[in-house]
Design a protein around this ligand. Structure first.
Ligand SMILES: C[C@@](CO)(OP(=O)(O)O)[C@H](O)COP(=O)(O)OP(=O)(O)OC[C@H]1O[C@@H](n2ccc(N)nc2=O)[C@H](O)[C@@H]1O
Ligand SMILES: Nc1ncnc2c1ncn2[C@@H]1O[C@H](COP(=O)(O)OP(=O)(O)O)[C@@H](O)[C@H]1O
Length: 351
């Protein structure tokens, strides 16, 4: 039985390697890095009439990242329409049609590397929504097949911004492929409209944002400090965390706001998150993760990232982060050692 399983795994791995090489080598294929983030500070304020909350946040990119491959194949309008009809008839949900003239047939191959495979229909994938929105914003009407392969190392519903970062990477990749300037304001507008987290990933590193968390205020000097991420199997829905927050909103102490304003360097930012209590109320296991980490690195170095369900702890060294990840895995939690980083959603040079 064990022999069979490993044979099957090897076949799957070989097929996947072949698929990947065949589809994404050669002209027109690009490789993009889509980093995760943590919120060093998440200071949630008042609820606005549109349902979103004012948020003052300091985000930091991580070395942990998804990898997004993008390949565009020119096609005729008829070919796109026929392929879309065939995919719909076959009930395929890995393909979605977008663009201002229904001119982009986007296929998404999601390869899970987190060990917690979740399937997302292409039409719901933020990577597709990003492509669709950007094509509409710039009036890109050329018919084409857009092939995306997303290797997911960032778990979903973790507060690590994986979906948002994939979306930012697609914006960056398509903008380059379509000859838009790197700072074309329509790219930034699409990012801000896609969700509160997407805009950060266009800047990356360490940055302070306000608005609902999508408006860049300023950049801070980034850090390379080692970090361990620990996440229970269950995720937290961001929308639900905010609903719970509204039942008992927690104010942000003035000292926190002052400390953010005075910090020029990520290392000077005190960790703070007034959404964490709402997420802990939704998922009590988060308190256990927090207590477990606090005992090992001190409570001041431990925080829930965004709405969770990943908690991060700043470690003294990468080997300490690795040892903590091993011990946390033994508790049954998903855990990874990584570092804070200066990464942003970007094309890998030479690809
Ligand atoms: C809380 C934060 C902190 O970085 O991150 P995550 O934990 O999701 O990673 C973000 O503000 C989330 O950003 P993002 O994940 O892009 O959320 P969105 O899709 O924009 O919003 C999901 C839902 O959360 C609520 N929401 C989000 C942001 C905000 N400032 N106020 C809100 O009330 C809204 O109900 C919205 O419908
Ligand atoms: N490319 C994607 N990767 C992960 N999740 C995605 C993606 N596109 C859409 N989603 C949806 O968005 C939800 C939240 O995204 P996620 O990356 O988990 O961010 P966060 O935990 O930071 O809010 C997921 O539960 C999933 O349903």
């Amino acid at each position: 039985m064990a022999g069979n399983t490993s044979e099957v795994d090897m076949m799957a791995a070989a097929r996947e390697a072949q698929w990947s090489a065949a589809a994404f080598m050669g002209p027109g294929a690009v490789k993009l890095v889509a980093p995760a983030k943590v919120n060093l500070v998440l200071a949630i304020g008042a609820r606005r009439p549109d349902g979103y909350h004012n948020a003052d946040t300091v985000m930091h990119a991580l070395a942990l990242h998804d990898t997004v491959y993008l390949r565009i194949e020119a096609a005729t309008a008829d070919e796109v329409a026929q392929a879309a009809a065939a995919a719909a008839a076959a009930g395929r949900d890995d393909v979605a049609l977008g663009g201002p003239a229904d001119n982009l047939l986007v296929s998404i191959d999601l390869a899970d590397r987190t060990g917690a495979a979740g399937s997302i229909a292409a039409a719901d994938n933020l990577a597709f929504i990003a492509a669709d929105r950007l094509a509409r914003a710039v009036g890109w009407e050329d018919p084409a097949h857009v092939q995306l392969r997303i290797e997911k190392h960032i778990p979903a519903q973790a507060g690590l911004g994986g979906g948002s970062s994939d979306a930012a990477a697609v914006l960056v990749g398509l903008a380059a492929q379509w000859g838009l300037a790197a700072d074309d304001e329509r790219v930034g507008e699409c990012a801000r409209a896609l969700g509160a987290d997407v805009a950060f990933f266009l800047h990356g590193g360490c940055a302070q944002l306000d608005g609902v968390g999508e408006v860049l205020r300023r950049r801070l000097t980034s850090s390379k400090r080692a970090v361990v991420l620990v996440k229970p199997a269950a995720g937290v829905s961001t929308a639900e965390a905010f609903r719970r927050f509204d039942e008992a909103p927690l104010a942000v102490p003035d000292e926190v706001l002052k400390a953010i304003e005075n910090a020029d360097d990520a290392a000077e930012v005190p960790l703070f998150n007034n959404l964490a209590a709402a997420s802990e109320a939704l998922l009590p296991e988060l308190s256990a993760v927090r207590a477990w980490l606090a005992e090992r690195v001190g409570a001041e170095n431990v925080l829930l990232s965004g709405s969770g369900s990943a908690t991060y702890a700043l470690a003294d060294s990468f080997s300490q982060a690795s040892a903590l990840a091993t011990a946390a895995s033994a508790e049954g939690w998903w855990a990874r050692p990584t570092t804070l980083s200066g990464l942003r959603a970007a094309q890998v040079p030479g690809r």
